[in-house]
Design a protein around this ligand. Sequence first.
Ligand code: NDP
Length: 444
Amino acid sequence: MSYTMKVLEKVIQQNPNEPEFHQAITETLTSLQPFVDAHPEYERAGILERLCEPERVIIFRVPWVDDSGKVHVNKGYRVQFNSAIGPYKGGIRFHPSVSLSIIKFLGFEQVLKNSLTGLPMGGGKGGSNFDPKGKSEREIMAFCQSFMTELYRHIGADTDVPAGDIGVGEREVGFLYGQYKRIVNSFTSVLTGKGISYGGSLTRTEATGYGLVYLLDEMLRQHGNSIENKTVVVSGSGNVAIFAAEKAQQLGGKVVALSDSNGFIYDPEGIDLSVVKEIKLIKRGRIYEYTDYRKKAVYTEGSRGIWGIKCDIALPCATQNELNGDDARELVKNGCFAVCEGANMPSTSEAIKVFLENKVLFVPGKAANAGGVAVSGLEMSQNAMRTAWTFEKIDRKLKEIMINIYNNIANVAKEVGQEDNFVVGANIAGFKKVADAMLRQGIV
Ligand code: NDP
């Protein structure tokens, strides 16, 4: 058995009951196998064993009191996965499904993603099984403050810099940052995704969605195609989905669907994003409310059905494993030729196989959604320089980074004889930089 497969087997055996983590390392290690096995120095230095074992895992109790005076306890996590190329960096997720397995899969992906941005950031991820849905503003604040009261001792501007993710937007980052600052009495760049008035970066809110579409646009351009007049389906209706849809529309695409965890909307005339923003960003409502504003739009229960809509381009921007093999076959049957992942691991392994076999231009999340963390990296730079760049400047840099990521993963795929296999390209390109830094830093 090859070195890579031996490590994979052992890591799975040593980390039972972590299906999402198994899925992420299986996808990555399987595609890295020929490359790693051709470089015995990685085996000699135990690179894969070290890459798959987080440097540190912190699990803690988060007690908080609801508006009726009842005490609740949630689990808090921070997985500091790899700091070979920079301080740990990665978001915090608040969602009832959060488990150690989910945080580890996200942290592992983050290591390679951050490497792809070209910026000096290691990988980490955190979160809690707290459900922010239906909670009052005071309850959210109480939870964030309690979460940070433990987390603060493990993070720092040069150690670990968390950000938002599902369930953690600017409001939550504000509460987390306020509590951090109060405890340590220091105004540092310890979180990104902050509000503009206290050190946040312009373009951060838009960055993941815009970045996704910049990469898509470049990939299509290099294949003699474009987004113009293409029908686009975007899943989710959160931060990533809304701004992916916005950029796709700006580049001439027709976005016809969005979803949430209950169902999806289809608007044959094209989604009106001002309505979606009002429902989701201002009222914090549900996506079905869209049909109150747009009479030709249809709402269907069950979010998976979104993949049955005929489209040219699909952008899964909701959550892990939201698109399975059957969904992928349906997309291919309906003529979809490009899929870029805005979410982390939204496609199951079977779905990815279907895309690759059918020559769909498929870009995995670790490359396609790296724009968010890239602009977080730029937020860190601005904070360190005590300056604030303009929206245009950051947007330009974001576009440059996404084009570089595309060229990097496309070139690597070509070099290893797998042209247009961006899964292989992203994994090798992301891995190489981290592994080479680890080789030079000794056995640590
Ligand atoms: P948000 O919390 O802003 O939005 C998540 C959206 O996905 C919500 O609309 C949610 O609906 C919906 N959703 C959740 N589960 C499902 C499902 N099973 N089917 C359909 N829709 C669903 O999160 P983000 O937009 O920030 O994150 C989305 C994805 O992008 C995640 O995988 C995240 O890790 C990834 N990502 C985010 C980055 C960022 O900068 N924010 C950066 C890189 C990756 P509901 O309200 O019903 O829960």
